[in-house]
Design a protein around this ligand. Structure first.
Ligand code: AMP
Ligand code: MG
Length: 519
């Protein structure tokens, strides 16, 4: 691990809390608190990402060395690490929650890789911080496996995301009431080492703004722009405006990619929105099996479904509007912030057209094509059709003799298949007619579609099967699943079992379709 070199700008350049204990408190006038990870009993590496390790200059021998598990279990600090928990607030389920902060995430420092890129290393589940608000600062194995696998899977799908270096079992138990229904249980604890250029969230800006600490707000904005948006030009308000527009643009693309691959974040609170436009905080997320815009995996949100699949683009806009409110004191008028929000809407519309063209295999998205896509989405929702299987198989439809046969496997219900077949057949004729008027050859079209419609996604039940095995002491399921998810767009002979419909038993099983915030 001699390659790991740190340059900790966040704690060096920004004001911190003078107190260095994990005592619960309101932290005013500071953007973070220095805090040490709490040691664990028996840290053991149970999974790691070879791409992330390679990026950081870590070799297999490093991962296997006893000190690696000690460091990423939170028992030992390497030279140059300066651990801290960030102070932020947020709107949770539409309501301002005031100070939240990293209650169980502890950043170790900013590692500089061989190419000069900056990677903040952060342990999730490393013990209490001043922001733990009465909770234990720990994470359970099941949620840590989910975060580890999904952040890497999203990266390989081409979605902007925080990453994961490794997953460490702590050897300690953690008590959780999985569905908040009075059944607390001992569960194995684990820690994920998350990695990102920055973990700064919308909520980091919202908290000083809500407290009227405009000096602190400005300091954080200036720092973020200088460190993470070096390509932006200008100064003063014009620079802030360019920055906000850029955050809006990145967020639009991020959400558009979620919609393309069928990812539902589950808890799009503003403290879970990255200022870099990265998917962040994998909790009760889920993947769409049957295409259902109203679906959410999060049982905590089951009543209102605020964060359901089809709502995500609108929620992102609402979250950006909260960020705009927080940044308003940096501007003399609201015009530039409104322009940023409009830029979000325009960018999302453009990204959505890109999705339509790529998913349907068209050289370009014409006006009528969005109608074609919308009509298809309505059919998919109505007939209970698997999103991933359908779009992948759509590439195999023969445009000269369009037939529903290659798509049959994507239907969950025989009766609905039969009753919707005429409507689908009619849609396929429209699609075939449109393809006849498209310049792409069949091979080009198929290649385009297969690069946008994954064969493999981290279906909820697949992650749960890996978790069930890990709970029995068999960690191999995690590595096997990660291996498949490294090449989601490739057909992988022998791995067909990872590319199937959700089995019936998974419909109502905890962890497969129902998840809570308890993690
Ligand atoms: P999340 O829903 O995971 O985004 O968490 C929302 C807030 O609760 C954040 O401030 C977390 O740091 C905090 N939090 C969640 N779980 C725990 C825990 N086990 N211990 C301490 N803080 C937690
Ligand atoms: Mg969070």
């Amino acid at each position: 691990m001699r390659h790991l070199r740190f340059d900790n700008t966040f704690v060096r350049e920004l004001p911190g809390d003078p107190e260095e204990s994990s005592r619960q408190r309101q932290v005013l006038g500071a953007l973070y608190s220095r805090v040490q990870p709490t040691p664990v009993a028996a840290p053991r590496v149970i999974a790691w990402s070879r791409e992330m390790a390679r990026t950081l200059g870590l070799e297999e021998a490093d991962i296997a060395s006893p000190v690696f598990a000690q460091v990423f279990g939170g028992n030992v600090l390497l030279d140059g690490m300066q651990p801290y928990a960030a102070n932020y607030g947020g709107h949770q389920f539409g309501v301002w929650a005031d100070q939240l902060g990293d209650g169980r995430a502890i950043s170790l420092g900013e590692a500089i890789d061989g190419a000069g890129r900056r990677w903040e290393l952060q342990l999730k589940g490393a013990g209490r911080t001043p922001y733990s608000r009465g909770a234990d600062g720990r994470a359970v194995l099941r949620s840590s496996v989910r975060e580890f696998l999904c952040s890497e899977a999203m990266h390989h799908l081409g979605v902007a995301t925080t990453r994961a270096l490794c997953l460490v079992a702590t050897g300690d138990t953690v008590v959780r009431d999985m569905f908040y229904d009075g059944h607390p249980q001992d569960e194995p604890g684990a820690i994920v080492c998350r990695v990102a250029p920055s973990f700064i969230r919308f909520g980091n800006f919202e908290l000083p703004a809500a407290r009227g600490d405009i000096g602190l707000l400005r300091q954080l904005a200036d720092y973020t722009i200088a460190r993470d948006f070096p390509e932006l030009r200008g100064e003063g308000e014009a620079l802030y405006a360019a920055w906000f527009a850029q955050v809006c643009e990145r967020t639009a693309w991020m959400v558009a990619h979620w919609m393309r691959v069928g990812f539902v974040h589950g808890v799009m609170n503003t403290d879970n929105m990255s200022i870099l436009g990265l998917t962040i905080d994998y909790g009760p997320y889920g993947w769409i099996d049957n295409f259902d815009p109203d679906w959410t995996p999060n049982t905590t949100d089951a009543g209102r479904r605020r964060y359901r699949f089809g709502q995500q683009p609108n929620v992102a806009w609402w979250n950006l509007s909260r960020l705009a409110m927080a940044l308003a004191p940096l501007f003399s008028g609201t015009g530039p912030l409104q322009a940023g929000l409009d830029h979000y809407a325009a960018t999302y519309a453009e990204a959505d057209r890109c999705n339509v063209a790529a998913k349907l295999g068209l050289a370009e998205c014409r006006d009528g094509d969005t109608v074609l896509a919308r009509d298809l989405y309505a059919l998919l929702a109505e007939a209970e059709v698997d999103m991933t299987l359908f779009f992948r198989a759509l590439a195999d439809v023969d445009r000269r003799h369009p037939s529903l046969e290659p798509l049959r496997e994507a239907f969950y219900d025989d009766a609905r298949y039969a009753s919707s077949a005429p409507a689908f057949t009619a849609w396929l004729s429209r699609y075939a007619a449109r393809l006849a008027d498209d310049p792409l050859s069949d091979d080009e079209r198929r290649a385009r579609m297969n690069a946008a419609n994954p064969r493999y996604v981290l279906r909820n039940y697949l992650a749960q099967q890996a978790i069930d095995r890990a709970m029995q002491g068999d960690d191999e399921g995690i590595a096997e699943l990660l291996e498949v998810m490294r090449r989601p767009y490739d057909d992988q002979p022998g791995n067909e079992r990872y590319a199937q419909k959700r089995p019936a038993w998974a419909v109502h099983k905890a962890g497969c379709s129902m998840l809570s915030c308890s993690s």
